[in-house]
Design a protein around this ligand. Structure first.
Ligand code: HEC
Ligand code: HEC
Length: 439
């Protein structure tokens, strides 16, 4: 650049730039907010509401088809069986939102005056919209449970246990590793629709669901019908957190696509909401025999109760920041040393800070990781997505890696030590684990 140009730039362009930067940003409505900030806030509120409360019309499946509500209310209230008491609900990992409870009820709970063994109490909690991720639909008189629907918050939220174990304030985005999805779905009196789709008998469906265990769900089952791995263990994956995902390219353990791709997929195909979903990769009948047969590659519903909510839901998901590890929950000096070990061991070449996944195509082959390819082969990309590591401390239950094969972080580190020939000392391993605990 010549001197003249530099001077011209300084005299002409800079003042203009300064004027643009210093000018009051676009505002209207007199609230003083730049319009993008206001739009983002409105979208966040809408997205949070969808994440927490929207069933996308999936009560047509959970109540209408498999009649889960009948098992919840029990024979005494017009359903079937003994009903689900709050104690039973908490035992399968369902959570209660304390902010939805009236003050008097909170007091009664504190003083142990609420009957946690009576399904009537569960119905009262559902009426208050206090069961995280589950909505009850009652008849006009408000006494009979007519149907039930589920939300994203069911699997991707928990509570802080502030009132009692399982009862507290919502923690959106946290993986609910207590939740036994298989046990809950297994309560439903009629699973014939699932059996028909999978071309097996209902008893087999119930056996598969019972094998999932807490904190797990199998998002691929209704695509490929593979319920068990070659070693005979359940094919279900751990529920991952839904926070810390901004800046992360591929999503899910096996890199199905973007957050919004997966949101549309889950809402329409897994939760059975009434949406639109298009993914021609599911036409591959050799990889996805069930999906190809059922036409899951191109699903349309009119009215579409999912698509209008996807933009705000996407923004809300990206806004969920991974919670910081509480001070004192890890050894900070060891963690500082562990950070060096993390860098020196090549961990950071895949887990690139601050997202702790690769900017770009964040997928690796099973061979690179030194693990089997069963789960990788159940998705189009046939790899494993570099797991973002922030907030690991919130989901230690159930283990690590997609199927929880490593019970502790030390087990993960020992695996890498062998796989990459790192020869870490016991101390370096401990420091590395403390660093992982600190993220
Ligand atoms: C029944 C439990 C369940 C429900 C309900 C559920 N999810 Fe998930 N979610 C999972 C599981 C399990 C995975 C991992 C799937 C895989 O990798 O195969 C997952 C993965 C994800 C991911 C990818 C996370 C990452 O690390 O990249 C996002 C994002 C997500 N879910 C969002 C949602 C949204 C939004 C909803 C509601 C529309 C929802 N989920 C409903 C169980 C659930
Ligand atoms: C070649 C890329 C790569 C390297 C190098 C790598 N990782 Fe990973 N990491 C992955 C992938 C991919 C996964 C997800 C595995 C799965 O889905 O089962 C993962 C998963 C993890 C997990 C489990 C996360 C969870 O939510 O369960 C931890 C912890 C972890 N890595 C730590 C490390 C550490 C520590 C190192 C260095 C010793 C390291 N990684 C090196 C790619 C890598």
């Amino acid at each position: 650049m010549s001197r003249t140009w530099q001077r011209l730039t300084a005299t002409l362009v800079l003042p203009v730039l300064a004027a643009v930067v210093c000018a009051p940003a676009w505002t209207d409505d007199g609230d003083g907010l730049p319009s993008t900030t206001r739009d983002a806030r409105n979208m966040l509120d809408a997205g949070r509401h969808t994440f927490r409360f929207d069933t996308f019309g999936d009560e047509g499946f959970w109540g209408g088809t498999i009649r889960l509500h009948e098992a919840i209310e029990g024979g005494r209230f017009g359903g079937v069986g003994p009903g689900v008491s709050p104690r039973a609900a908490l035992a399968v990992g369902l959570k209660v939102d304390v902010d939805a409870l009236p003050a008097a009820l909170v007091q009664s709970l504190k003083s142990g005056q609420v009957n946690l063994d009576d399904p009537a109490t569960t119905l009262a909690l559902l009426k208050l919209n206090a069961v995280v991720g589950v909505t009850g639909f009652f008849d006009p008189t408000g006494t009979m449970l007519r149907s039930v629907g589920i939300q994203c918050a069911l699997c991707h939220s928990t509570v802080d246990d502030s009132l009692a174990p399982g009862i507290g304030r919502r923690l959106d985005g946290w993986a609910n590793r207590d939740l036994n999805v298989g046990a809950i779905v297994g309560l439903a009196p009629d699973l014939s629709a699932v059996a028909t789709l999978l071309r097996v008998d209902e008893g087999t469906v119930r056996k598969v669901l019972a094998a999932w265990g807490p904190g797990k769900f199998d998002a691929e089952l209704l695509l490929d019908g593979k319920a068990f791995r070659p070693d005979g263990k359940s094919a279900a994956s751990l529920i991952p957190p839904a926070f810390g995902l901004a800046g992360v390219n591929l999503h899910t353990w096996v890199g199905w696509g973007s957050v919004t791709h997966w949101n549309a997929f889950v809402a329409t195909l897994e939760m059975h909401g009434k949406g639109t979903f298009f993914d021609p990769r599911l036409r591959d009948a050799s990889q996805f025999p069930i999906a190809a047969r059922a036409g899951f590659d191109d699903v349309r519903n009119d009215p579409d109760l999912v698509s209008p909510k996807l933009p705000a839901l996407h923004l809300y998901q990206l806004a969920l920041v991974a919670p910081k590890a509480p001070a004192g929950s890890f050894d900070s000096e060891a963690a500082a040393r562990g950070k060096q070990v993390f860098a020196a061991s090549g961990c950071a070449s895949c887990h690139v800070p601050p997202t702790f996944t690769e900017p770009g195509w964040n997928l690796h082959s099973p061979a690179e990781l030194g693990i089997d390819d069963f789960q990788a082969n159940r998705a189009p990309a046939k790899g494993y997505r570099t797991a973002p590591l922030r907030g690991l401390w919130t989901h230690r239950k159930g283990g690590f890696y997609h199927d929880g094969r490593f019970a502790t972080l030390l087990d993960v580190v020992n695996h890498y030590d062998l796989q990459f020939g790192l020869h870490l000392s016991a101390e370096e391993k401990r420091d590395l684990v403390e660093y992982l605990n600190s993220l």
